[in-house]
Design a protein around this ligand. Structure first.
Ligand code: SF4
Ligand code: SF4
Length: 380
């Protein structure tokens, strides 16, 4: 895993999505002083290339002045190592001024849309779609690359075809995320996507993707197919993220990842103290994350997919059970379903004579229906 530091300028957010678990009213804003301390911390912490992702809450609440100062501070302060940036935002607060700053640093944007306007606004609040699309137009006008994540909930799963067609028709890349139980809700599972339904959804999307090869990209499927083929996970969910991914909260607190920010029991240190890796390793959160890694080695030891799954996301496994390791990521059911499906289709394609012929034939002579190998070959 490349070194990744998520910066959370605030947990505040102007939207009010029904299933949100990560925003917090009255959350403070990160100061430029904290950014300077991030630089000082990283000077002693690690010396390799680093990607900073601004996440939230809603990171654009920090405003243009914050980014105008923070970005050069991070780049110049950590010279000569290679620095990359990304941001995850609902785009509501994107202004031409901020877009210009982002364009200068070539910052890719991840945003969120749950599909067609009516469905999106039902889940994310009235007016959300329009505000996000307004920001999207500004981003496009400045040449910024925007990708959307769709959260599939227990409600929107019923409209999976509409959502897929929405992305297909708009020419957008589809990346999906299963709705997690909201720990801040009295009824945490109300919107959460059942793991088996999530598995069925992934297999459905695999089929739809193959049917529409060349007209759409489904990032999750690309990543999973690539994982099966290379024997290594390619996104954080499917690798041991601990030790290579960190998040810094608005007050400089260091956490294992953005998902833990705001949960005091998962603070590992603070950038103002410039902790070393050995210092962070003394924290309970660090120990818990590494206990999870060891747990996966045993609990998933007999699973055929362990090398490119690694027990899924530790947050999903640990946080809903109050910090006790009682099992792996509950989405295991889904991962197993889709990894089994991909593996058996790859085997079938590789060892059937028509599959071999199809794989090595020129594009014009391939059979009309694409196979898993066409996804793998497209990406590798
Ligand atoms: S805790 Fe989960 S979301 Fe966070 S970096 Fe690890 S795998 Fe990714
Ligand atoms: S599919 Fe399930 S059992 Fe297999 S490695 Fe992933 S989490 Fe573990």
């Amino acid at each position: 895993m490349p070194f990744h530091v998520m910066l959370i300028p605030t947990l505040g957010c102007p939207a009010n999505c029904s299933y949100c678990w990560s925003s917090e009213e009255k959350s403070p804003l990160m100061s430029i002083e904290t950014i300077k301390e991030v630089v000082e911390w990283l000077k002693i912490f690690r010396d390799d290339s680093v990607t900073f992702t601004f996440h939230g809450g809603e990171p654009l609440l920090a405003g243009a002045d914050f980014y105008r100062e923070a970005l050069p501070l991070l780049v110049e302060g950590l010279t000569p190592r290679q620095i990359a940036f990304a941001i995850q935002t609902n785009l509501w607060k994107l202004t031409p001024e901020i877009a210009e700053i982002f364009a200068k640093y070539n910052i890719p944007i991840g945003s969120s849309l749950d599909g067609p306007q009516e469905l999106n606004d039902l889940q994310r609040g009235k007016g959300y779609y329009e505000k996000t699309m307004r920001g999207y137009e500004i981003a496009k006008a400045h040449g910024l690359n925007v990708r959307f994540i769709t959260t599939f909930t227990s409600h929107s799963i019923k409209f999976k075809e509409d959502i897929f067609n929405f992305y297909l028709e708009k020419g957008l890349i589809l990346k999906l995320h299963p709705c997690l139980p909201s720990l801040k809700d009295d009824n945490p599972d109300k919107w959460a996507l059942d793991p088996k339904e999530y598995g069925e959804l992934l297999i459905y999307l695999l089929d739809k993707y193959l049917e529409n090869m060349g007209r759409i990209e489904v990032m999750n499927i690309d990543n999973m197919c690539k994982g099966v083929f290379t024997g290594r996970g390619t996104v954080c969910t499917f690798v041991d993220c601990m030790g290579d991914t960190f998040a810094v909260g608005p007050d400089g607190g260091i956490y294992p990842c953005y998902r833990f920010v705001g949960l005091p029991e998962y603070v590992m240190g603070n950038v103002y103290d410039h902790p070393t890796m050995a210092d962070l390793a003394q924290s309970d959160a660090w120990k818990l994350m590494h206990q999870y890694k060891e747990y996966v080695d045993t609990a998933c030891g007999k699973c055929a997919h362990i090398k490119y799954c690694r027990g899924g996301c530790p947050y999903n496994a640990i946080v809903p059970t109050d910090g006790k390791i009682k099992g792996v990521d509950p989405h295991c059911v889904a991962y197993k379903m889709v990894f089994d499906e991909i593996t058996s289709r790859v085997n079938e394609e590789m060892f059937s004579s028509s599959g071999m012929e199809n794989m090595f034939q020129p594009q014009s002579m391939k059979s009309a229906r694409s196979g898993i190998m066409s996804i793998i070959l497209k990406r590798t």
